[in-house]
Design a protein around this ligand. Structure first.
Ligand SMILES: [Zn+2]
Length: 138
């Protein structure tokens, strides 16, 4: 955990939290690692965020990713599928049922791969910005 630096003023000492590097935390989240140390596992299962890091003890239960990872996944997969659908149909004219089956398998597989990575990125972003209780280390 970060030890807050202290700043002396004329009559009192104020605790100033240290900066947390945003992109480092987001990258560690994408890799499904603890945003603080980068060593411990972020998830305790497929999408359940661990209560705390097994490596450094950072409390991770303060995240509130909510529907954000699903929105980002739909945004990316939907745009990619729309482009692929248009490109492949115009270029190759595949059999419709085969084409729909291949696109469905691709879309589901890519969504399942992206979802925990986007969730990790959002948790890392929230941790770096000290959102939703990540600021006090409780
Ligand atoms: Zn950690």
């Amino acid at each position: 955990m970060d030890d807050p630096a202290t700043t002396a003023t004329a009559d009192r000492i104020i605790a100033v939290p240290q900066d947390r590097p945003v992109w480092t935390a987001v990258r560690r989240g994408v890799l499904r690692r603890c945003p603080h140390c980068g060593e411990g596992r972020l998830f305790d299962g497929y999408l359940k965020v661990a209560d705390c890091c097994a490596s450094c003890g950072e409390v991770l239960r303060h995240h509130r990713a909510d529907d954000g990872p699903a929105y980002l996944t739909i945004l990316v997969v939907g745009h990619l599928i729309a482009f692929l659908m248009h490109f492949v149909w115009v270029t190759f004219r595949p059999e419709p049922l085969v084409f729909a089956t291949i696109l469905t398998v691709f879309a589901v597989g890519l969504s399942l791969w992206l979802l925990p990575r986007f969730k990790g990125a959002i948790v890392g972003y929230q941790w770096a910005h000290r959102m939703h209780g990540f600021d006090d280390g409780r």
